[in-house]
Design a protein around this ligand. Structure first.
Ligand SMILES: [Zn+2]
Ligand SMILES: [Zn+2]
Length: 920
C-alpha cells in the first residue's frame, strides 16, 4: 500500500467518497445528542440511528465522515488492553460512508475495492473478504454480496469466505435495524502470527491469531428485528461502513502497531522529551508511554466536547482516564503535571481536522491542569494507603481488597474504583466490587435519609408510598396522583385529602402545628431544575365570611414519591380538617421574583455562549426569589470586559421585551431544532421548550419545566453581583433581577448620595474627592511620621544626659515615648553611633503594652554582655518575655506600670554580668 500520513489517509477517504457523490458531514460530538441510552459516541452510525429507524429524514442520501469514537464504558477489561494490545484504544477515529436507501451492495463493494487497491495501492493477493452465511440455518446466505464480490472485483476467488452470525450479522441493538455484513481482512504475513509454534495452530481469517487483520466492515442493513427476535425485510435498504483510521495508517506505514504511526509518534516523542529519557529508557517503559498517549487523546477530545471531570457517567469516565494517565506518568518519572503538554501535541496533530480543539485549546488545557493538580495532591497519600492495605492483606494471606477500603480510597482520595482495581491488579490483587458498590449505595442512602430526616422528622419513605396508595384506593386521587398545576395557575380551589402532623396522619390539626398537607390539586411549584419551591397559603372560608376559618402558611413543597405532592407549613389560624374545601394561594410576588430570575438565567446562559463560546454548558443552577446562581463550564476567570458585555447583552434582551413561547414537542424535534438540553437531565418523550426571541429564529431555546415571565421586559433589570470558580473548569455567576436589583441600585445610590453630601461635592465627583482625601491623609501620615521622628530624636538627646558608667561600661537605659518598636530599635542604632561602645535598653508603652529593646555593641559582647540575657531579666518585671541575638533583643509584656521599675534594674544587671565574666 502507498505510504501516507494519517491525515492524508483521512482526507483521501473523504475525497474518494465525495467523488462518488457523497456529502461530507462533521463528526458528531463524543457526547451523544438525544440518545440517553448511550454514554459516549462509540460508532460512526450513532448520529444516524434515527435515520435507520425511519424517524428522521437524512440531509443527503449519500454521506461520508470521520467520526470521533470512544470505547471505555468504565470497564477495566477494555482499558487493560490499552497500551498492551497494539490495536486497542480508548479514543479512535472511524471513517465511514453511508447510503440511506440509496446505493447498495454492488456499489459499495466495487468502491471499497477501488479505494483499497486502486487509490491506495493495496496488494490484492493479501486481501480477504467474508460474506454472511447463517450458522443457525434460518436466514438465507448473502449470495447477493458474494455475486458482487465476484463480478465487481478481481479478489482471488479463494480469498472469499463465508462466515456466521458472530462476525457477519450486524445489529444495532436487541431489536431494530440489522443485516449481514462483509468484512475486509489483510493478511500481514506469517511472521505476524502470535501462535507460531503452537501445536495444531492454523492461521486463518476470523481465527485466533494476529496474522489476519480486519480493518473495514461493510454493513448492509436490510432487516428489522422485532421483540420476538424475528427478522422482517425493511422497505428501504441502507449501507453503513466503518474503517478504523489508526489501523489503516499502520498498514500504510508498514509498521507493526498503531503506536508506530505518525498518529502516535509525536505524542510518544513528547513524553520522552518531557521525561528526558534515553531511547532505552523509553523502550523499557513502552506500555506506560502508550497508555499516556492513548489517554491524552481521549482526555483532549472529551474536554473539547464539553465534558468535565466528575463522579458520574461520562464525567467519571473522563476523570478515571485522566487520573489513570497521571498515575502511569508518575510511574515513569513525572513529578509535576504533564498531561497538558501532551494534550498540546494532540491539539496540534488533530486540530487541523477537528477544529474545535484549536478553538477550545485554552479551556482544554485549563481543565486538564486543574484536575491533574487536584489528583496530585491526594495521589501520594492514596498510593501509600493502598500499599498499606495490600501489605496487611498479604500478611493475612488474602488477595481481595475489601470494598469498604476501595470506597475509602474513592471517597477520601478521589481514586476512581477502576484505578484502585488497576493498581491492585498490577500486584496480583482483586477488588471486592460488590462491596464497593454497597458502600457507595450506603453513603447515598445515608445522604437521602439525612435529607428525609431533616425535612420529615425521620419518617420513612414507605409512609408516603402507603399514603399515596391509600388516597388512590379511597378515590381521593386518580391514577396520576395529585393534579400538579403550578405552570397553569397561581391559585385554585381544591380539597384537603390528608394532613400529617409529626409524620402521622391526623383528622385535624391545631393552631401553631407544623404540618404536611396533601391537596387533590395544587398550584404550588415543587423545587426542580434548580428553581426553588413556591410559598403561600392554604385557607378555608365559611360562605360569606371575609376572614378564613383556618389558614396554613406554606413554606416548602416536596414530592417524596411521584404523584404525591406535599405542602409543608404551619397552621397560623384555626383547626384545619381533612375534607375541607380550600383556596390554595401561591405568594404571587415571590413567584414573580422567581420567574424573573428563571427567565434571566436562560438569557444569561445564551449570552454566555454567545460571548464566551459554545463550550459553555450549564453545570448547575439555582433560581431563588432573591437571586440566581448559574454554574457553567469555562476554564478561566471572566474579565471585567466580558462580565460587562454579558450584563449589557442580557439587559439589551430585557429591554427588547421579547415574548416567551412555551412549546410542547418531542425530545427529538426539540433538540433537532437547536434547543439546549442539559447534561445529566433525564427527559421524557414529550418535552417543554422555552423559546425566547423572534419566534422564527429564537436566540434562546431550552428544555425546561420551570415558571417564567411572559415577556423579557418584566425582568426589569439584571445585575451581576459576583463571579468565581467552583471547581475544575467550572465558573459561577450570581446575579439579581427585578425588585432585588432595584433595591440594590437604590441602596448603593443612597450610599453614594450620602457620601457626596459628606464630601460636599456632586455624586459624579465622589471618586475624585475620595482620591484627593486619601492623598491628603497619606501626606499627613508622612508628616506625622517625620514629626514623631523629630520628637524621638529630642527624647534620645535627653537620655544621653543620663548615660551611666558601670564597671567601665556605658549604659543607656530609659523610657521613651515612641509609636512603634521599629523606632525603638532605630534609637539603639543612634546610641551606638553616638557612644561607640554602649549597652542600650529602651522601653516604651505602645498601644497600652510595655515593649523593650536591648542592644549591646560587639566589643561588649566580647566582655560577656548579652542583649538576650539582659532582656530576659528585665522583661520578667513587666510580666513578659523575649529574646534575641547577643547584640540585639526584644521583648513585650503585660504590665506597663512596671516599665520604669524594670529599666532601673539595667545598671545592676550589667555590673553583674561584666563582673561574673571577668571573675569567671
Ligand atoms: Zn497464526
Ligand atoms: Zn429553565
Amino acid at each position: 500500500m502507498k505510504r501516507m500520513t494519517g491525515a492524508e489517509i483521512r482526507q483521501s477517504f473523504l475525497d474518494f467518497f465525495v467523488s462518488k457523490g457523497h456529502l461530507v458531514v462533521p463528526s458528531a460530538s463524543l457526547v451523544p445528542v438525544g440518545d440517553p441510552t448511550l454514554l459516549l459516541t462509540n460508532a460512526g452510525m450513532n448520529q444516524f440511528k434515527n435515520i435507520f429507524l425511519g424517524l428522521e429524514e437524512p440531509r443527503a442520501r449519500r454521506v461520508t465522515d470521520a467520526q470521533k469514537c470512544m470505547r471505555v464504558s468504565g470497564h477495566l477489561n477494555d482499558l487493560e488492553e490499552v497500551g498492551i494490545s497494539p490495536y486497542h484504544h480508548t479514543f479512535f477515529e472511524m471513517m465511514g460512508n453511508w447510503s440511506f436507501g440509496d446505493y447498495y451492495k454492488r456499489e459499495v463493494i466495487a468502491w471499497a475495492w477501488e479505494l483499497l487497491t486502486g487509490v491506495w495501492g493495496m496488494d490484492k493477493s493479501l486481501l480477504w473478504a467474508t460474506v454472511f452465511e447463517d450458522d443457525q440455518g434460518t436466514l438465507p446466505w448473502d449470495e447477493e454480496a458474494m455475486t458482487h464480490w465476484l463480478s465487481e472485483t478481481d479478489i482471488p476467488r479463494d480469498h472469499l469466505l463465508r462466515s456466521g452470525r458472530k462476525d457477519n450479522l450486524w445489529s444495532m441493538g436487541p431489536t431494530g435495524p440489522c443485516g449481514p455484513c462483509s468484512e475486509i481482512h489483510l493478511d500481514r504475513g506469517p511472521e505476524h502470527c502470535n501462535k507460531q509454534g503452537v501445536a495444531g495452530h492454523v492461521c486463518r481469517v476470523n481465527g485466533d491469531c494476529t496474522r489476519y487483520l480486519e480493518f473495514w466492515n461493510l454493513v448492509f442493513i436490510q432487516y428489522d428485528r422485532d421483540a420476538q427476535g424475528e427478522l422482517h425485510p425493511l422497505p428501504a435498504r441502507h449501507v453503513d461502513t466503518g474503517l478504523g483510521l489508526d489501523r489503516v495508517t499502520a498498514i500504510s506505514q508498514g509498521v507493526p502497531t498503531d503506536y508506530d504511526t505518525d498518529l502516535f509518534i509525536p505524542l510518544l516523542h513528547r513524553i520522552q522529551e518531557l521525561l528526558g529519557h534515553s531511547d532505552e529508557e523509553a523502550a523499557r517503559n513502552r506500555t506506560a508511554y502508550r497508555i499516556i498517549a492513548d489517554h491524552s487523546r481521549s482526555v483532549t477530545f472529551l474536554i473539547g466536547d464539553g465534558v468535565i471531570p466528575g463522579n458520574e457517567g461520562r464525567n467519571y469516565v473522563l476523570r478515571m482516564i485522566l487520573r489513570r494517565a497521571a498515575r502511569f506518568g508518575r510511574k515513569v518519572g513525572f513529578t509535576e503535571p504533564f498531561l497538558g503538554e501532551v494534550a498540546k501535541v494532540v491539539i496540534d496533530l488533530m486540530g487541523g481536522h477537528y477544529t474545535d480543539l484549536r478553538r477550545r485549546r485554552d479551556f482544554i488545557l485549563n481543565v486538564i491542569r486543574q484536575e491533574e493538580e487536584r489528583f496530585q495532591r491526594t495521589l501520594g497519600v492514596g498510593l501509600a494507603l493502598i500499599d498499606e492495605i495490600m501489605a496487611g492483606l498479604q500478611e493475612r494471606g488474602e488477595t481481595v481488597v475489601p470494598g469498604a477500603e476501595a470506597f475509602r480510597l474513592y471517597d477520601t482520595f478521589g481514586f476512581p474504583l477502576d484505578l484502585t482495581k488497576d493498581v491492585a491488579a498490577e500486584r496480583g490483587f482483586t477488588v471486592d466490587e460488590a462491596g464497593f458498590k454497597a458502600a457507595l449505595e450506603e453513603q447515598r442512602a445515608r445522604g437521602r435519609a439525612m435529607q428525609q430526616f431533616v425535612s420529615t422528622g425521620g419518617k420513612e419513605l414507605e409512609g408516603y408510598v402507603r399514603l399515596l396508595d391509600a388516597l388512590k384506593a379511597q378515590g381521593g386521587l386518580g391514577p396520576d396522583g395529585v393534579e400538579y398545576l403550578s405552570r397553569e395557575a397561581a391559585e385554585l380551589e381544591t380539597v384537603v385529602l390528608s394532613i400529617l402532623h409529626d409524620g402521622q396522619p391526623v383528622a385535624q390539626a391545631g393552631e401553631g402545628d407544623q404540618v404536611e398537607v396533601v391537596l387533590a390539586a395544587t398550584p404550588f411549584y415543587v423545587e426542580s431544575g434548580g428553581q426553588m419551591a413556591d410559598a403561600g397559603t392554604i385557607a378555608h372560608y365559611n360562605q360569606g365570611e371575609e376572614e378564613p376559618r383556618w389558614e396554613i402558611q406554606v413554606s416548602d413543597m416536596r414530592q417524596p414519591v411521584p404523584g404525591l405532592v406535599v405542602h409543608v407549613g404551619k397552621v397560623t389560624i384555626g383547626h384545619p380538617q381533612v375534607g375541607d374545601a380550600v383556596w390554595a394561594l401561591v405568594d404571587a410576588e415571590r413567584r414573580m421574583d422567581i420567574a424573573r430570575n428563571h427567565t434571566a438565567t436562560h438569557l444569561l446562559h445564551s449570552e454566555l455562549r454567545y460571548i464566551l463560546g459554545e463550550h459553555v454548558q450549564q453545570a448547575g443552577s439555582l433560581v431563588a426569589p432573591d437571586r440566581l446562581r448559574f454554574d457553567f463550564t469555562h476554564g478561566v476567570m471572566l474579565t471585567q470586559e466580558e462580565l460587562d458585555a454579558v450584563e449589557q447583552s442580557v439587559n439589551d434582551a430585557i429591554l427588547a421585551s421579547y415574548p416567551l413561547e412555551v412549546a410542547h414537542t418531542s425530545y427529538k424535534e426539540a433538540v433537532a431544532g437547536g434547543a439546549m438540553a442539559l447534561f445529566g437531565e433525564k427527559y421524557g418523550d414529550q418535552v417543554r421548550v422555552i423559546r425566547i426571541g423572534d419566534p422564527g429564529a429564537p436566540f434562546s431555546q431550552e428544555l425546561c419545566g420551570g415558571t417564567h415571565v411572559y415577556q423579557t421586559g418584566e425582568i426589569g433589570l439584571f445585575r451581576i453581583i459576583s463571579e468565581g470558580s467552583v471547581g475544575a473548569g467550572v465558573r459561577r455567576i450570581e446575579a439579581v433581577t427585578g425588585r432585588t436589583a432595584f433595591q440594590l441600585v437604590q441602596k448603593r445610590l443612597n450610599v453614594l448620595d450620602a457620601a457626596a453630601t459628606h464630601l460636599g461635592c456632586p455624586p459624579e465627583e465622589v471618586e475624585r474627592a475620595v482620591l484627593r482625601l486619601m492623598g491628603e491623609v497619606h501626606d499627613q501620615q508622612k508628616e506625622n511620621a517625620e514629626l514623631r521622628r523629630g520628637m524621638a530624636r529630642l527624647e534620645f538627646e535627653a537620655l544621653l544626659l543620663v548615660v551611666q558608667e558601670v564597671a567601665g561600661v556605658k549604659v543607656l537605659a530609659g523610657q521613651v515615648d515612641v509609636a512603634d518598636v521599629e523606632t525603638l530599635r532605630e534609637m539603639t542604632d543612634w546610641g551606638r553611633n553616638r557612644l561607640g561602645s554602649v549597652v542600650t535598653v529602651l522601653g516604651a508603652v505602645i498601644d497600652g503594652k510595655p515593649n523593650l529593646v536591648a542592644a549591646v555593641t560587639p566589643d561588649l559582647v566580647e566582655r560577656g554582655l548579652k542583649a538576650g540575657t539582659l532582656i530576659q531579666h528585665v522583661a520578667r518585671v513587666i510580666g513578659g518575655g523575649g529574646g534575641g541575638r547577643p547584640t540585639l533583643a526584644q521583648a513585650g509584656g503585660k504590665d506597663a506600670s512596671k516599665l520604669g521599675e524594670a529599666l532601673a534594674l539595667v545598671p545592676g544587671l550589667v555590673e553583674q554580668q561584666v563582673t561574673k565574666s571577668t571573675n569567671g
